[in-house]
Each structure stands twice: as C-alpha cells, then as structure tokens.
Design a protein around this ligand. Structure first.
Ligand code: AMP
Length: 429
C-alpha cells in the first residue's frame, strides 16, 4: 500500500486500514478518526501492546475492532493455528450488553470484507448449548464475559491458548465487578498474545494487571489527567434541586418539555427502575425498565426497542446500563445519584458521544446534596444548582457535608416530617 493510495482513501486509509474497512466506516458516516483511533490503530497493526485510558464514547471499540479485522484478514493466507477449536482474537468484557454491542460493531465494520471473520458472542444468562455449537471448529473472534468463557472452557468447547490478540475492555469494570479470579485463570491459559487493555480509570488493581500483562505497551491517554476532559466540551452537565418525592413529576415535566427523542434515566435499584418506568407508562410515555433481575431476553429486547426508538425512556440501574451505546443519545438523567464518582462518569458518558452534544441532568435533594458534592469534588466540578418553577425544593440543604453510606447527612436531626418524606421517597420514587 503506498502512502498516496492510502491518502486517497482518506484519514482511515492512511492509518493502514484496507479499503473494505475504510468503506464500512465511511458508510457509517465517520469522517475523522477519534484521538484514540489515531493512536491505537497504527500501533495495533504494528503488533504492539496497547494500554489505553479510554471511556465509552471515545470511539474505543473501533480503535481495537478495526485493526483486529485488518490483522486477521492479512493473516488468512498464513497457516492457521494448529489444534482443536482455536480462537484467534479474544475480547473480554464485563457485561453481556457490552459483549452484544461489540459483536454488532464487528459485524458492521467487517461487512465489506471478502472473508468475513467468524465471530461468536458468549455471554451468561442464556443457554450455553448454542454457544458451544457456534464454537465448533473455533472462531476468528470471540467476544465473551469471563464467567461464561470459563464455563465453555470447562465444557471443552474451545481452546484459548493460541489466541493471537487479547482485548480487555473496561478492565476497571471487570475488576470492580469481582472478575479478578476468573481473569487470572483465563490469562494463565494464554500463550503469548498481543495484548490491548482499555480502561476508563486506573485504580491500583488495574495498574498491576496492566504492568503484569503488557509488554512494552504504547500508552494512550486521551484524557490525560482529567477524566472528563474528552467529554466535557460535548456534555452539558446540570444539577436540579428537587424534593425526592417530586422527582418522577420533574422527570415527566422534562420529558414533556425538552423534546428529547430519547433519554436514559439512571436509578439506584431494580424496584425504582420498575416503579419509575410504570409511572411514565401510565402517563402515556413509552418507557421500559432495564435491570439485572430481568431475563436476558427482556434486557436485550428493551435495548433493541430503545435503540430503534420504539421506546423513548429507558429507566436503568448502573450494571444493566453499562456500555449501552446509542448513537446520538441526547440526554441522561440521574434520578438517583450514582454510588461512586466513577459511576457518574460512566453514566454521563452515555450522552455527548463521538462528537455529538448531550445533556446530563442530576437530581439533587436534601439527602443527596452532600454525596453529590463529593462526586463534584472528585471531578473538579461545581455545578450551579438550578430550581425549576413548580418543583422548588421545600427542604433546605444544611451546610454539613459528611455523608452516611446512603447519601444521608449526619448531624441533622430528622423531624417526623423528614422521616415521612423519606419513607415516601423510598416507597414511591
Ligand atoms: P465507543 O467509544 O466505542 O463506545 O464508541 C462511541 C460511538 O462513537 C459509537 O456509536 C461509534 O459508532 C461512534 N464512533 C466511533 N468512531 C467514530 C468516528 N471516528 N467518528 C464518528 N463516530 C464514531
């Protein structure tokens, strides 16, 4: 490939990708590679290990899927790895939804390839048999959650020793969800793959994993030092003060007045997801809940309906919503606060994706103000508290900042009325 020929194929061609892949991203309307794609694609094509700080929304999926498709395509003439049921590229992810999404991305980026790679998505929560059947004869790319992958290995359904390229996506999530032991077992099986590690944050456990796994990696820090830097310009963050019992009314009001084509609402429990979705449905707003207690079929259907805009509002818990990728999602609402500052980032990263702008609105009430301040401090943020006419809070925020684990405020003696309000907030969000 000469540089002028690749230049003619635009910026993606000049990164070293061949014509069918360039055509696929052009079909999708991508004109310019995102910063992480600019750095990662040539490095992966060069066979280097990569250690990237990247959030959802940065274009990280294409940053590893495109060069993997390119490398697998180049190597099709070479003798295949020997042995039974080999897997050539393995993508490990923390959640089922993310696995499904990456499977779709592979299909979409690979659609013009002459030899389309055999791709299998292996996730828990559904029957293992079809996955075992699909893995007969191996797979070019396997996208899997760690638990199900170990089950498949235990069933002798595949061999991962010969894996040529390993991707750990959302490594921080994988560890925080308790997959450390599974990961260690899986990594010990691999011979010597090229390793690509993507993570939004680098707590010590992820750092240790990266240091042990990666060999002279290229470090890519798209948002160096400031976790929000890559998204900040695109996401307008707002905080609205409201009494907890009035949140559903405020949410309805926003949905009815803001003309968002779709909105992702985060809540703190399965119960709240069901409850808020039901209330919205009663108000004739197309809404669905998404949480871990639903069957995998119901979760997949809710996501498909949301992506196809058949439903306008998805009311989700953090785990269920992780990795959701809906292009041009204009709004995210934090109905309940996230537990941790990192979850806040993951939540607001669902909007303002890849060059689109978006709004992230957080509801703050007297009981959660202190916890939200903590989140703000972690991200060097200080959002102006807004009040909307008709929804002004009647409870005042005391100037105490210590929080209990539930976001309540220590040092403030609760009146009977406070307690009744809290009970009401818990009982009917
Ligand atoms: P990700 O960070 O991988 O979850 O990707 C976020 C979104 O950005 C996805 O919807 C991609 O389809 C989209 N995307 C990825 N790369 C580009 C690009 N270079 N230009 C425009 N959109 C992109």
């Amino acid at each position: 490939m000469t540089s002028s020929a690749s230049g003619e194929r635009g910026p993606f061609g000049s990164l070293g990708l061949s014509e069918p892949l360039v055509r696929a991203v052009t079909d999708l309307g991508y004109d310019t590679p995102t910063p992480i794609q600019l750095e990662a694609i040539p490095a992966v094509l060069d066979g280097r290990d990569v250690w990237a700080s990247a959030q959802t929304g940065s274009g990280k999926t294409a940053a590893f899927v495109l060069p993997i498709l390119e490398l697998l395509g180049r190597a099709t003439d070479a003798p295949r790895a020997l042995g039974r049921r080999p897997v050539r590229a393995l993508v490990l992810v923390p959640t089922r939804e993310l696995a499904i999404q990456i499977g779709e991305a592979i299909k979409s980026y690979g659609r013009h390839l002459r030899d389309r790679p055999k791709t299998v998505v292996a996730i828990g929560g559904v029957s293992i048999n079809p996955q075992m059947m699909a893995l007969r004869g191996g797979a070019d790319i396997l996208v899997a959650t760690p638990g199900r992958l170990l089950d498949l290995i235990d069933h002798n359904a595949l061999r991962i020793e010969p894996v040529e390229i390993l991707v750990l996506d959302e490594a921080d999530r994988m560890l925080s969800l308790g997959f450390a032991d599974e990961l260690a077992r899986l990594l010990a099986l691999l011979e010597r793959p090229q390793n690509l590690l993507f993570s939004a944050t680098f707590p010590p456990a992820v750092r240790t994993l990266a240091e042990n796994l990666l060999h002279e990696p290229l470090r890519i820090e798209v948002a160096a030092g400031a976790p929000l830097a890559s998204t900040q310009a695109l996401i307008v963050q707002r905080a609205i003060e409201v009494d907890a019992p009035k949140r559903t009314m405020l949410l309805r009001h926003l949905i009815e007045t803001q003309a968002w084509p779709s909105v992702l609402v985060f809540v703190g429990s399965r119960y709240a997801a069901e409850h808020v979705a039901t209330k919205l449905q009663r108000a004739k707003i197309a809404a669905a809940p998404l949480h871990g207690a639903l069957s995998q079929g119901a979760r997949t259907q809710a996501l498909l309906d949301f992506k196809a805009k058949r439903i306008k509002v998805l009311v989700a818990t953090d785990i269920a919503a992780r990795g959701i990728d809906v292009v041009r999602l204009p709004a995210v609402v934090n109905y309940d606060l996230p537990r941790s500052p990192v979850d806040y980032l993951h939540r607001i990263g669902r909007t303002g994706r890849a060059g689109e702008s978006g709004v992230a609105i957080t509801f703050v009430s007297v009981d959660t103000e202190a916890h939200f301040r903590l989140i703000e401090r972690r991200h060097d943020l200080r959002l102006e508290r807004e009040r909307l006419a008709g929804f002004e809070p009647t409870e005042l925020v005391p100037s105490v900042t210590a929080t209990d684990p539930h976001g309540g405020i220590k040092g403030k003696r609760k009146s009977k009325k406070d307690k009744l309000r809290e009970a009401a907030a818990r009982g009917k969000p």
